[in-house]
Design a binder for this molecule. Structure first.
Ligand code: ZN
Ligand code: ZN
Length: 261
């Protein structure tokens, strides 16, 4: 069974998706699903903090969804990686026996990449360079995660005419990220949200080809759905990419990797 390894229900501050609706959407497509709720310890310390906390109670989450957990639903988390959250993240992960832990970069220098102020006063080379530098360093500093979330997250919100992460422009830093993932046994996610855009696919292909060249063998596919209609989004394109690059789609149960077939 192919798994959608990245989704957010009401336990995530920015999602109103009910578990039942998500499960129905996955079942209709014959997909397994992993809930990966946001835990971004730093968020309340950013200047953007208003009412969204991006934190949740691990034990309460586990208890609420345990009745649904099984062959087609796993319970995970997407933790925010940063220079100041490592100890808090490790402590949080003690709160429940998560199936899958995604590590993601959403906040850098206490600025949320979602907002324009991270990009203000920075050239694209500076903004993307800082992003990739932090990503590589945080991977090495937090090797206990299973999956690196959306390497192209910055492309969603970057305030530049060309938002794509072109491998040729950032080869050295992208290699550092990919090597850190491989050295730490962290699987690269192929986040499918942007794969409906052919420019995104064209830019990402060389990144994942390089991952394969450097020794990467596995990927997780994840829609990052915050609404039921986005479960399994662009999975056809993602599976085509995986096949073309000879990367094996996987999922995780109790922190152990399993092939998706
Ligand atoms: Zn994310
Ligand atoms: Zn997410």
């Amino acid at each position: 069974m192919i798994f959608d390894n990245h989704s957010h229900t009401v336990f995530s501050s920015d999602s109103e998706m009910e578990a039942e609706a998500a499960l129905e959407a996955a079942a209709r497509q014959g997909l397994g699903l992993v809930f990966t709720e946001h835990y971004d310890y730093d968020y309340i310390n950013t200047r953007h903090y208003k009412e969204m906390e991006f934190r949740f109670d691990a034990a309460g989450y586990w208890e609420k969804y345990l009745p649904y957990r099984g062959d087609s639903l796993r319970l995970g988390v997407e933790i925010g990686l940063s220079e100041t959250s490592g100890a808090a993240n490790r402590e949080f992960l003690q709160g429940a026996p998560f199936d899958l832990v995604i590590g993601s970069i959403h906040i850098i220098d206490m600025l949320d990449l979602y907002y324009p102020d991270f990009y203000e006063g920075k050239s694209k080379a500076e903004a993307f360079g800082r992003y990739l530098r932090v990503m590589a360093d945080m991977l090495r500093a937090n090797p206990y995660i299973d999956v690196l979330g959306h390497i192209d997250y910055i492309c969603r919100y970057a305030a530049y005419e060309d938002k794509e992460l072109a491998y040729g422009d950032f080869a050295g830093l992208v290699d550092e990220v990919l090597k850190a993932a491989i050295d730490c046994d962290v699987v690269m996610e192929l986040n499918t949200r942007r794969l409906g855009d052919s420019r995104a696919v064209e830019a990402l292909l060389p990144v994942y080809r390089r991952y394969r060249e450097l020794g990467g063998r596995y990927i997780t596919l994840g829609s990052d759905a915050h609404a039921a209609e986005n479960i399994g989004m662009n999975f056809r394109a993602a599976l085509d990419m995986a096949e073309a690059l000879e990367l094996q789609p996987v999922t995780f149960e109790a922190r152990k990797m399993a092939y998706c077939r």
